[in-house]
Structure formats: structure tokens, C-alpha cells
Design a protein around this ligand. Structure first.
Ligand SMILES: [Zn+2]
Length: 71
């Protein structure tokens, strides 16, 4: 199988940020490239690091297990 993902979305998870997933979800769509995956992306509004849906799912699963990764 040779399926490639062209791009993915990043989200702000800062509760107090107006652009976060807790308010008006603003998606940041970026290309699925080595550079973008390794690079840190920050929210335009609050400057906190943006996370992908996969990061959120991993965080949720670990939270349920009582493990905290992201600050
Ligand atoms: Zn933000």
C-alpha cells in the first residue's frame, strides 16, 4: 500500500486561548513533511505549542491511565 497523507491539522489546547479547541476551533493545516513534523508550531493567538489530533488522542489515553506528558 502506498497511501500518503498530504497534510494534517494542528490545534491549540490552551483553555484560555480564543483560538483553542475549547472555543472557536481554529485549525492550522500544514503539509505532512519531515520538516513540519519535527518543527514546533505555535498558536498565533497565545504562542503555546500546537498539537495534532494524534497528540490529543495519546494525551487522552495517557490521562485516563494517570500519566501526564504535555505541560
Ligand atoms: Zn492558542
Amino acid at each position: 500500500m502506498n497511501a500518503t497523507i498530504a497534510s494534517y491539522n494542528l490545534y491549540c489546547i490552551n483553555v484560555r486561548c480564543k483560538n483553542s479547541v475549547f472555543n472557536e476551533i481554529e485549525e492550522t493545516r500544514i503539509g505532512f513533511t519531515e520538516k513540519n513534523i519535527l518543527e514546533k508550531h505555535t498558536c498565533k493567538a497565545c504562542r503555546r505549542p500546537l498539537v495534532s489530533m494524534m497528540d490529543i488522542e495519546i494525551e487522552r489515553t495517557l490521562f485516563r491511565a494517570g500519566i501526564k506528558l504535555l505541560q
